[in-house]
Design a protein. Structure first.
Length: 261
């Protein structure tokens, strides 16, 4: 039983629109799985179902063999699901390091009475939190920028900071919504190194939404393709590249190509 994530008939409707339509998905532990499809295919909506932002109209979602379909977003985070967003959501008034610390569970669970009557223990916990968050910044290449304001970072670095924030929650599964958006080729190489470290060294499973086909084909163990809310293909990168139904879905969209072209 090596699955970490599974959906069975995941469906969500908004009025008369079916945004995600009966999607079955299985992801194994340690796997880098990419979710692709033309604009409006339902990729981010599916992410929102997985993380509890939206609730399934029908179907079920399982995480680490637990049915989480009815769980709220914060409950899923505590179980070990973290995500980044397509639109960056950093706290403008905080530094790079502070943005990571605020996501750490020990920061959020600090009790007033412990701070008042057990100051030594509280200081030790705070020191450990800072050390762990600094280590995460080193992983994403931002340790030299920890005192800078988060929003002063270049766009690509802000993307990496969002990943560090996700890692601070100590997830088993990390969902990355277009992590390479706005990055140049060099930054995407850095991103690839970071994601490989997350899976190979930290043993965290990664699910990705991404439009850059060169990046997707280079990093994915397996790919699932959505179109109009339905799963139309699933397989290895080389299989997806040759899949006639996938190519047809992308025709006219101009998306199924390398960004360098």
């Amino acid at each position: 039983m090596n699955e970490i994530l599974e959906t069975k008939g995941a469906t969500i409707r908004f009025g008369g629109l079916t945004a995600v339509d009966g999607v079955d998905l299985v992801q194994k532990k340690g796997e880098i799985l990419s979710l692709i499809g033309p604009n409006g295919a339902g990729k981010t909506t599916l992410f929102n179902l997985l993380t509890g932002v939206y609730k399934c109209t029908s179907g079920n979602i399982f995480f680490d063999h637990k049915n989480i379909t009815e769980m709220k977003a914060h409950e899923r985070t505590k179980l070990g699901i973290a995500r980044t967003f397509q639109n960056i959501r950093l706290i403008r008034s905080m530094t790079v390091l502070e943005n990571v610390i605020i996501a750490h569970p020990d920061c959020n669970e600090e009790k007033f009475m412990d701070a008042l009557f057990r100051p030594k223990k509280t200081k030790e916990i705070r020191r450990k939190v800072v050390e762990e968050c600094e280590a995460l910044l080193e992983i994403v290449g931002l340790c030299d920028m920890e005192d800078e304001m988060a929003t002063s970072l270049p766009y690509g670095k802000q993307r990496l900071l969002e990943i560090a924030r996700g890692l601070a929650t100590k997830p088993m599964l990390l969902l990355l919504d277009e992590p390479g958006a706005g990055m140049n080729n060099f930054e995407k190489e850095e991103l690839t190194t970071v994601i490989r470290h997350i899976t190979d060294v930290m043993k965290i499973t990664v699910l990705i939404i991404e439009h850059d086909m060169k990046f997707v084909m280079g990093i994915s163990d397996r790919i699932i393709v959505l179109d109009h809310g339905q799963k139309i293909a699933e397989g290895l990168p080389e299989e997806i590249q040759k899949n006639s139904r996938v190519i047809e879905a992308y025709l006219g969209s101009g998306e199924f190509k390398d960004e360098e072209e």
